[in-house]
Design a protein. Structure first.
Lengths: 440, 553
């Protein structure tokens, strides 16, 4: 065992078996709060492109949230939602709303040019860092046709950033399943594949050192990132081989053409949602995200916008066409909540009770408006027991979206963070007023 | 306010902002010189950045390593999308993500398993080896040969020993020859020497490094073939034949004549023309129901065939690419041209086009359709493309707060689309950039959103008026009546030739140029000019240059 000591392995194993038994693990969340609340165990980030405008604003009727037609699909969960209205995206220039909208949405990174990448980690990665030691995978980034068609590979197609750069989502459910659960099955196979992997890695590490000497000045940073990736891979494969969990999931091997086919969008959305839920349920990770398409997506979804892509429709479509797309994406979010809620422990607690869902968009509408950007926070604790004051609409004005994310960090016990990235002005600092049940 | 103004502009996945809307319209940002800030990553410029293989480079390199296996697919096609620098695909900026490291690992396992799946496959890997010398001899020899090709350099004793050890481990038990080879292949393809374009060099007195033979072979081969060097190039490198500019030129001509150069010449033009997204280009299926996948494929094939024919089988000149009135069409593009297939028509055969309507790449449906909205044209897209990609004039962003809605139809029916476009040219806040962009874009209004010739605008029913005065501060300036006249001006423009040389330079190095590159760029432009715009000559001059044969530490 060269990279992983036996003791470290045993301690991880102990944590893993606890995780797989689905026990609450709040050891890392000792942050005191004004009033007590149950911190969330998991985080699931959802993104859909181009906001919910026009006309999605929910209302409060007799103290109850009334969702309206756009968010109607979320009706079964309305007591579990905090819907914000009026948050402003961290975009300086509306012309760069697609690129800066994506780079700043979860990281707070303003960018100097429209093709630059974010320079700060996203909020979910701060949470992942805190919890990394307890799971095989520190975080899981999934995408639904996020890297095909228009925008693929550019900065408008990335929302999650680690400390060393972008974390592109995996669009292929089959590859993601393999990454999460590996292939080896029997203990003998596990031991054999481990020995082979070690030998391959020994050679690769020697080569890394050689390349470091031969290549130019920026090679060190890039090769460090590569070495880190290898180290994580190795640790994860060791831990996964010990994981005990019901992996009921039918992988669908789709070819490249199918993965990029417009008409597969709904199926892929469903498969990726299943996979995110499975990963959280099995304790493979505590932090996951699903990115539906991207900010400039050309996807033409059957029955929704069959003729013109999502982004073009959100720019130039009719009100009715936009509303159809908005209802569709609202439905995808509702489906994820339903899947989380369907996973129950013996005491009746659901995975939704333990998973805080943070759902946002990079702008208010395809036409580059920076507010009101829809941000919704769902689940995360049993009703009434969590950090957020849910079951209602929170109307704000001139407050950055990142303030809500600071609130999320606080809910996870990261109370020393008061702002994200470059967004440090007054409208971006501190937890979002009125969002929490337990803090001012 | 400049309303209505620029439609959202997305080229190769990156939002391109369309105008600086300079406060003073008297100062157009016309500058062909060093533009270190234009597309380099934020912060310091990197003189010799380490490039990671693109998907295509991984794919083609793997196919070349196992030429007799008859593969058409590799795991690389499932990797996350590549980055771009300017219009070109190159993974030069961001460090590798953990997901990609995982994918490299499983890809290496998959390729190794497929390469050794059957006895016949295994025999292909050791073909030519005297099997009487034993499996271990043949297996380790094959691995050493594969590693030399994959890593694009010779192996040291330690590496040979490591491969032998891997072979033995894989061959142990029931593994046999196939098992030994598989473990070795997995390690070779997992190594940074394969996954990154390593360009070793030796110090020169001027502070630069002179690339070693292997370093130069790598740079040369990825530039002209988009894959690793073949054995002939590696052998030449090892013998020191790439140590002189002439030696490099000899190999460059060999590579250019090879069929493997075709795809790479095509890729340059697809990316330069902004056709990277053509495979999934979106058109309104109500207005253009014939714009199916078959049409997209045909438009792309037409442009690729045309480029290959002009560069490798005709005079090779940029002017011809930008002004020839023939094409090599498939039936769907003939439909866009509005001509019936001639007798004995076969896809890819030369077809003459109306010289008053069509002249070269900028009048082909592929480019015209790519630089347009799904339903309508976009004069701003087309004009901006010419200004940035053909004139190399960098433009800034529109100011905050402007309306950037698409230019639609005047609801009152009073104004033509042209008048709507011209509105923002007259606004001082927008004129700084839009007086460069819009006149050029308006000339192309003769072509609709899929590139068909038209005389009236379908949306406002008005006749198309393409008479403009071009004002870019370049040699294109002056009155122009119709697109073919403008395109011929572009084809003959020294400024466009200088810009094309610059684009090839960016493509060759897989990065944006820095101030240090300007001296070499001037020399290259002069050489290109002197050759009458001969592209093969430019490419060989580029690879023979000091810049190509050296690098900063």
């Amino acid at each position: 065992m060269n990279a992983l000591s036996r003791r470290a392995l045993l301690s991880r194993l102990a944590r893993l078996s606890a995780a797989s038994a689905f026990a609450p693990l709040f050891d890392a969340m000792a942050a005191p709060a004004a009033r007590s609340f149950t911190p969330p165990r998991n985080l699931l980030v959802l993104f859909h492109p181009n906001g919910f405008e026009p006309g999605w604003k929910p209302t409060m009727v007799n103290g109850e949230l009334s969702l309206g037609p756009t968010l109607a699909a979320l009706e079964p969960f309305k007591s579990r939602l905090l819907v914000t209205y009026g948050l402003q995206a961290g975009i300086r220039n509306e012309v760069m709303a697609h690129s800066e909208g994506m780079t700043s949405m979860f990281t707070g990174s303003l960018i100097p040019k429209s093709d630059a990448y974010a320079t700060h980690p996203s909020f979910d990665q701060l949470i992942a860092e805190k919890m990394a030691a307890s799971t095989p995978l520190s975080s899981l980034e999934l995408g639904v046709q996020s890297q095909v068609g228009f925008g693929a590979g550019g900065n408008s197609s990335v929302m999650i950033y680690g400390r060393s750069g972008k974390l592109q989502p995996e669009d292929d459910p089959n590859a993601a399943f393999r990454r999460l659960f590996g292939q080896a099955a029997t203990p003998n196979e596990v031991a054999q594949s481990r020995a082979r992997r070690q030998s391959v890695l020994d050679l690769v590490r020697g080569d890394l050192a050689k390349v470091r000497d031969l290549a130019g000045t920026d090679a060190a940073t890039k090769l460090d990132a590569h070495a880190t990736g290898l180290r994580q891979l190795e640790t994860r494969l060791d831990e996964l081989s010990m994981l005990q969990c019901d992996r009921a999931y039918t992988p669908h091997a789709l070819n490249t053409g199918q993965l990029g086919a417009h008409e597969r969008f709904p199926q892929l959305a469903d498969l990726q949602a299943d996979l995110a839920v499975l990963a959280l349920k099995c304790g493979v990770t505590r932090v996951a995200s699903i990115q539906y398409a991207n900010s400039v997506t050309d996807r033409r979804i059957p029955g929704v916008n069959p003729n013109v892509g999502v982004h073009s429709t959100m720019h130039a479509g009719t009100r009715a066409e936009k509303a159809t797309i908005n209802r569709y994406f609202a439905g995808l979010g509702a489906a994820v909540l339903a899947k989380l809620d369907a996973v129950k422990r013996s005491d009746g607690t659901s995975l939704l009770d333990e998973t805080l869902v943070v759902w946002g968009s990079e702008m208010a509408i395809g036409n580059h408006l920076k507010d009101p950007v829809p941000f919704i926070v769902a689940g995360g604790a049993k009703p009434g027991a969590g950090y957020f004051h849910q079951g209602r609409l929170l109307e704000v004005e001139r407050q950055r979206t990142t303030r809500l994310l600071v609130s999320v960090l606080h809910a996870f016990g990261l109370t020393s963070t008061l702002a994200l990235g470059d967004l440090t002005d007054e409208s971006s600092r501190g937890p979002l007023p009125g969002a929490s049940r337990v803090a001012p | 306010m400049c309303s209505p103004m620029v439609r959202w502009l997305v080229v190769a996945g990156v939002v391109v902002v369309a105008c600086r809307c300079a406060p003073s319209p008297e100062q157009p940002p016309v500058r062909l010189g060093a533009t270190p800030d234009v597309l380099a990553p934020s912060g310091a410029t990197v003189p010799a950045p380490l490039r990671r293989l693109t998907r295509q480079q991984y794919h083609r390199s793997v196919l070349a390593l196992f030429p007799t296996h008859g593969w058409t697919e590799t795991p690389a096609l499932r990797f996350p999308a590549d980055e771009t620098a300017g219009p070109f695909l190159t993974n030069v900026r961001q460090p590798v993500a953990p997901l990609q490291v995982d994918l490299y690992s499983t890809a290496a396992q998959d390729v190794a398993a497929r390469a050794t799946a059957t006895t016949a496959d295994v025999n292909k890997l050791v073909a030519g080896c005297n099997r009487f010398r034993g499996d271990e001899f043949c297996g380790t020899s094959a691995l050493q040969q594969l590693a030399r090709r994959a890593w694009r350099r010779s192996l040291d004793d330690g590496e040979n020993a490591a491969l032998t050890a891997l072979y033995r481990q894989g061959a142990a038990g029931s593994g046999g020859l196939g098992g030994g080879l598989a473990l070795g292949i997995e390690a070779i393809l997992s190594s940074p020497s394969f996954l990154y374009l390593v360009e070793p060099g030796e110090p020169l007195t001027n502070g630069r490094l002179r690339l070693t033979g292997f370093g130069l072979a790598t740079r040369l081969s990825f530039f002209l073939w988009n894959q690793g060097p073949d054995d002939v190039l590696l052998d030449a490198a090892e013998r020191g034949e790439l140590d002189t500019a002439d030696g490099v030129a000899v190999q460059a001509w060999r590579l250019l004549k090879d069929e493997r150069a075709t795809a790479q010449l095509g890729r340059f033009h697809l990316e330069w023309l902004g056709l990277g997204g053509l495979d999934t280009l979106e058109k309104d299926s109500r207005r253009y129901p014939f714009f199916t996948q078959a049409t997209r494929d045909a438009l792309k094939a037409e442009t690729l065939d045309f480029v290959d024919t002009v560069i490798r089988r005709s005079d090779g000149r940029l002017e011809t690419l930008l002004s020839a009135s023939f094409t090599l069409a498939r039936e769907p593009s003939l439909r866009v041209y509005g001509i019936d297939p001639p007798a004995r028509f076969a896809p890819g055969l030369p077809v003459g086009l109306d010289p008053t309507q069509r002249a070269g790449l900028l009048t082909q449906p592929a480019w015209l359709a790519a630089q347009a909205n799904p339903k309508t044209t976009s004069p701003v897209h087309r004009g901006l493309f010419v200004v940035t990609n053909l004139l190399c004039l960098p433009l800034g962003s529109p100011p905050p707060g402007v309306d950037i809605s698409p230019i639609g139809v005047d609801p009152t029916g009073q104004k033509t689309r042209r008048q709507l476009v011209e509105q923002h040219t007259s606004d001082p806040a927008c004129a700084g950039c839009h007086r460069l962009i819009d006149p050029i874009g308006l000339v192309f209004e003769r072509y609709d959103a899929v590139g068909a010739w038209r005389t009236t605008d379908l949306d406002d029913g008005q006749p198309i008026d393409t008479r403009v005065t071009v004002t870019t501060g370049s040699d294109l300036d002056g009155p122009v009546d119709d697109p073919v006249t403008l395109v011929k001006k572009i084809a003959r423009s020294p400024r466009v030739r200088a810009c094309a040389a610059r684009q090839w330079y960016r493509f060759a190095f897989g990065r944006q140029e820095t101030a240090e590159d300007e001296v070499e760029l001037e020399k290259l432009s002069a050489r290109f000019e002197a050759s009458g715009g001969n592209i093969p000559d430019l490419l060989v001059a580029l690879v023979s240059s000091d810049a190509f044969r050296t690098r900063l530490p």
